[in-house]
Design a protein around this ligand. Structure first.
Ligand SMILES: NC(=O)C1=CN([C@@H]2O[C@H](COP(=O)(O)OP(=O)(O)OC[C@H]3O[C@@H](n4cnc5c(N)ncnc54)[C@H](OP(=O)(O)O)[C@@H]3O)[C@@H](O)[C@H]2O)C=CC1
Ligand SMILES: CC(=O)N[C@@H](CCC(=O)OP(=O)(O)O)C(=O)O
Length: 342
């Protein structure tokens, strides 16, 4: 099988990571690569690590350029996917790395993104209960946000197994590539290097409703979420520390069994042996998530730590994993399973 794939937003970080992964995917032929202000420049000017396609010229992001492909990946800023996605033929597989189609509730969309809701597509986190079935043979897929990926993989098994009270607390540190490549004053080297800083504190981050959506589905009841993101002086990686009060009678053994059951068959989720803890470096460039779960008996809390690479399992790797499902290929096709160390 050979499918022709276009990438809109190929000059950005998510687009660059999609290109890195697709270059070693055995069933993909690259088609149009597009950008906005960078149209007319070459891939090599934006992604010096992608030498084999350094001379490919980026085209403008228009319907004309993007049509006539089997697959179109959208790696555009929020609010720009709907206008393109909704005019591409129904049989084209469209995979959106942005937020436009992630939320099921139009009211939540309007509150957090201050624009009209474009719609809701199957949610691209196959490891969530019930999600994989909806992705098989799908032609429209919404890739999750990077923080919701880490937080949902961390806490969904505890909720699915009925072990956690519906009140989650999540603190997650992210590398700066999570913010995209456009110039932002708080992301200048001098501001970021040698410092950790919280932002979006007090329930202000737009990923809060997405995490609530995922955990409430797993729990089958509304879950409240207090989420605090932290900017870390790393190019890539998310480390999420997630906790919830344990329900009465929960033991560490029950907890570990629930996580082992949830992830035994999952190729990309590594539940670590007891007393080993996830690190971002161990997932660097891989489509993997490392998870460890503990029971803090004094505090009565379940504590789960999850590590991912925000650009791989947190975006482009998830997009390719979902494409594999949509095409009926083995889910791991073309995806790195090991990180880079030291
Ligand atoms: N970075 C991450 O870790 C994650 C990102 N995502 C999502 O992926 C998407 C892309 O993010 P990221 O790559 O980080 O962002 P970047 O800022 O790095 O790249 C954005 C891309 O979109 C293009 N673009 C900008 N404005 C427009 C426009 N008006 N119309 C068409 N194209 C435009 C840019 O082209 P040009 O170079 O010409 O400006 C560039 O190719 C976003 O929706 C983001 O939320 C999701 C999960 C994680
Ligand atoms: C470090 C950093 O700034 N991270 C980004 C999240 C990136 C992501 O997953 O984003 P989307 O929902 O935008 O697709 C942020 O907090 O806005």
């Amino acid at each position: 099988m050979c499918v022709r794939a276009a990438i809109a937003g190929a000059s950005g970080y998510a687009g660059g990571e999609l290109l890195r992964l697709l270059l070693s995917h055995p069933h993909i032929e690259l088609g149009a690569l597009t950008a906005a202000s960078s149209a007319g420049t070459t891939v090599g000017e934006h992604h010096p690590h992608l030498a084999p396609i350094a001379d490919v010229v980026l085209q403008p992001t228009t319907l004309d350029v993007l049509q006539n492909h089997d697959v179109v990946f959208l790696a555009l800023p929020h609010g720009h996917s709907g206008e393109i996605a909704n005019v591409l033929p129904a049989e084209t597989i469209v995979i959106d790395c942005g937020a436009d189609f992630r939320l099921a509730d139009p009211v939540a969309w309007k509150r957090w993104y201050q624009s009209d809701h474009a719609g809701t597509w199957p949610y691209g986190l196959p490891e969530l209960p019930g999600a994989r079935k909806q992705l098989e043979k799908a032609t429209r897929i919404a890739v999750p946000g990077c923080y919701p990926t880490a937080a949902s993989l961390a806490l969904a098994p505890a909720y699915q197994a009925g072990l956690a009270e519906p009140d989650a607390v999540i603190v997650a540190a992210s590398g700066t590539s999570g913010a995209g490549k456009s110039l932002k004053p708080h992301l200048l080297g001098a501001e970021v290097m040698g410092s950790l800083s919280a932002y979006g504190v007090g329930g202000a981050h737009r990923h809060t409703p997405e995490i609530i959506q995922n955990l409430s589905q797993a729990a089958d009841e509304p879950v409240t979420v207090s989420f605090t993101p932290v900017l870390a002086p790393l190019p890539r990686g998310i480390l999420a520390t997630c906790s919830a009060l344990a329900k009465p009678g929960v033991t560490l053994q029950k907890l570990r069994e629930a996580y082992a059951d949830a992830y035994r068959e999952e190729p990309f989720v590594q539940l670590l042996p007891e007393n080993r803890w996830p690190s971002t470096a161990a997932t660097l460039g891989a489509n993997t998530a490392q998870i460890q779960v503990a029971l803090d008996e004094d505090a009565g809390r379940i504590v789960v730590v999850a590590a991912i690479d925000n650009l791989t399992k947190g975006t482009a790797g998830a997009a390719v994993q979902c494409l594999n499902l949509a095409l009926g290929l083995p889910e791991t096709t073309g995806l790195p399973m090991t990180g880079v160390a030291p």
